[in-house]
Design a protein around this ligand. Structure first.
Ligand SMILES: [Zn+2]
Length: 297
């Protein structure tokens, strides 16, 4: 122990300044914990003013932590903790706080695949069908067009060409209701047609299969079909056609949940087709119309 009161006072001053710079770093770090995880994940971190602000704060904090004064404080704290033989972790409150704190957004999170799909939104029964292959498409379309009011056509980039492209694009039309372009991939090794995307348009919209409808209803219809495909990425073309045909009454069908044609919010018709298995009221299962925002059970 030093006997010089002046030196003692200076040491106390130095320590309290170190503690206050560490406390400042800690409070700024806590603040940044509330920044959205997109700060680190987004490919466009500068896209919004609030992200820009968070990013700036993160940069400033990094500079502060690297500064001599904070590095000095951290070193002093580390050696002081090492020299201190008392068990700091025995402090109950500190332990509690440690346990209660939710995982911080900055910590690397376990990888969660995007593909977190639930069960297939297609009927289980359909799974028994041999899925349509590229070479069977023309015959399938011919038969489909003879037995359905909606129609299928092979779409090609070059007018008049009959060559099936790869990916193959098929146009599905319900007269005066909608046009959908169904894009399917296949290969020599795996000739099964796998639907990659379905894009819906208004019956009189003249747009390419790879663009987007100008109408909300067709945009949300495309989203809904994408959701279905995500639930069963290798669903057969035949199975996909069942809910597609069920869109015939999209502008007159009532949602079976809220019993309205147009949703109360957004005034969009029921774009969801939900499969209900046969029950005591019906001997066959059916596709029920629902709004995207209404309960899906
Ligand atoms: Zn509804």
């Amino acid at each position: 122990m030093t006997a010089n009161p002046l030196l003692e006072a200076m040491e106390v001053d130095r320590l309290s300044s170190l503690i206050s710079s560490l406390a400042d770093v800690q409070s700024r770090l806590q603040q940044l914990r509330h920044a959205p995880p997109s700060l680190l994940k987004s490919s466009m971190p500068f896209s919004t003013p609030s992200i820009r602000k968070d990013f700036q704060q993160l940069k400033e904090l990094t500079d502060t932590v690297r500064s001599d004064s904070v590095q000095d404080a951290l070193r002093t704290a580390a050696s002081s903790e090492k020299a201190d033989k008392s068990d700091l972790n025995r402090n109950g409150r500190r332990e509690m706080r440690k346990r209660r704190r939710p995982p911080s957004p900055e910590s690397p999170q376990p990888y969660i695949p995007y593909d977190k799909r639930g069960p297939s939104l297609f009927p289980v029964l359909d799974d028994g069908l041999p899925p349509l292959q590229a070479e069977g498409l023309v015959d399938y379309i011919r038969e489909f067009n003879q037995t359905h009011s909606s129609k299928l056509h092979i779409w090609t980039r070059i007018r008049g060409s009959t060559q099936l492209g790869n990916p193959a694009v098929v146009r599905f039309t319900i007269r005066d209701v909608l046009v959908c372009y169904i894009t399917m991939a296949y290969s020599h090794k795996d000739p099964v047609l796998v639907t990659e995307s379905v894009t819906a348009f208004g019956p009189r919209e003249k747009k390419s299969p790879h663009s987007q409808s100008g109408f909300i209803v067709y945009q949300s219809l495309s989203q809904q079909i994408a959701r279905m495909l995500q639930s069963n990425p290798r669903v057969s073309f035949q199975s996909l056609m069942n809910p597609m045909c069920a869109y015939e009454g999209i502008f007159i069908d009532r949602c079976t949940s809220c019993e309205r044609v147009l949703s109360a919010e957004g005034h969009v018709p029921p774009v969801v087709r939900m499969w209900l298995e046969a029950d005591k009221d019906s001997d066959k299962g059916r596709w029920e119309p629902r709004h995207a925002g209404c309960p899906q059970t």
